[in-house]
Design a protein around this ligand. Structure first.
Ligand code: KIV
Ligand code: NA
Length: 265
């Protein structure tokens, strides 16, 4: 079937078709997500949390992101693959941002990059776009600046922060970003942003008035029990299903039930 491009996403917005997006960090999971028909696969720096077990997204490296992204790209036939630029790979200066983006594109085969921030990283975004690399923005709760805020609570509840967010979204659109992620902000504000720009707004904890939704796959499959924000819908309790299956396997080995006569040569 037809590959999803940055152009298809902009068309979906103008046709009023919602965009589905999920994270994936490895070949097997990406194959399932792509086959299931999800439009955009995000190789998120949330890999730092869910794959590596870090408390924040800060420690993951560019090399590690490239490893995850290249594994995902090998699995995907249809979805657009967007790769997060990790903390420290783009904030110093625009040249570094471009260098990191080029490494992602060349070494992983991903189709676009995502960066956190608005106005502050304008020059970097310009430079990356000028090289022909599509850029997805990310505003609202930006986990790479967690130590500046101290908490993962809802962002832009105050007027001033909301105004800045709207302004940043317009800057990202004007620069030429093909889409923007809005994380954990009031639904009314997110809708206002989506209505005021022509590029798709993909929400996570940003309500239903935006152009698409994204979730971390481990969260929506219910693989971790500890993380339960209001915006998360769990489609499976994979933690329980897997724990049961693996526990059964361990018990079957102990009892010599596995392997049976038909399971050997
Ligand atoms: O890294 C990630 O998973 C993300 C999404 C939450 C948007 O950036
Ligand atoms: Na991210």
């Amino acid at each position: 079937y037809k590959r999803i491009t940055t152009k298809s996403l902009i068309e979906m917005k103008s046709n009023g078709e919602k965009i589905s997006m999920l994270t994936a960090y490895d070949y097997t999971m990406a194959k399932i997500v792509d086959t299931a028909g999800v439009d955009v696969i995000l190789v998120g720096d949330s890999a730092s949390n869910v794959m590596a077990g870090h408390e924040t997204t800060l420690p993951i490296t560019l090399d590690q992101m490239i490893y995850h992204a290249s594994s995902v790209v090998r699995a995907v036939d249809r979805a657009l693959v967007v790769v997060d630029l990790p903390f420290g790979s783009y904030q110093s200066d625009p040249k570094e941002a471009l260098r990191s983006s080029i490494r992602i594109m060349k070494e992983s085969g991903g189709h676009a990059v995502k960066l956190e921030g608005g106005k502050e990283i304008k020059e970097s975004i310009k430079k990356i776009l000028n090289a022909g690399i599509p850029v997805m923005g990310h505003l609202g709760l930006t986990p790479q600046s967690i130590y500046k805020f101290g908490t993962y609570t809802v962002r832009a509840k105050e007027e001033q922060e909301a105004e800045k967010l709207i302004e940043d979204a317009k800057i990202l659109e004007k620069l030429g970003c093909f889409a923007i992620v809005l994380e954990k902000i009031p639904a009314d504000l997110a809708k206002k942003v989506a209505d005021s720009i022509s590029i798709p707004v993909i929400g996570i904890g940003a309500g239903g008035g935006v152009d698409g939704q994204v979730l971390v796959i481990h969260d929506m499959l219910g693989m971790n029990n500890e993380f339960s924000p209001r915006f998360l819908r769990r489609y499976l309790n994979l933690y329980e299903l897997m724990t049961k299956a693996i526990g059964q396997y361990a018990a079957d080995v102990k009892s010599s039930d596995f392997p049976n006569a038909g399971e050997q040569y």
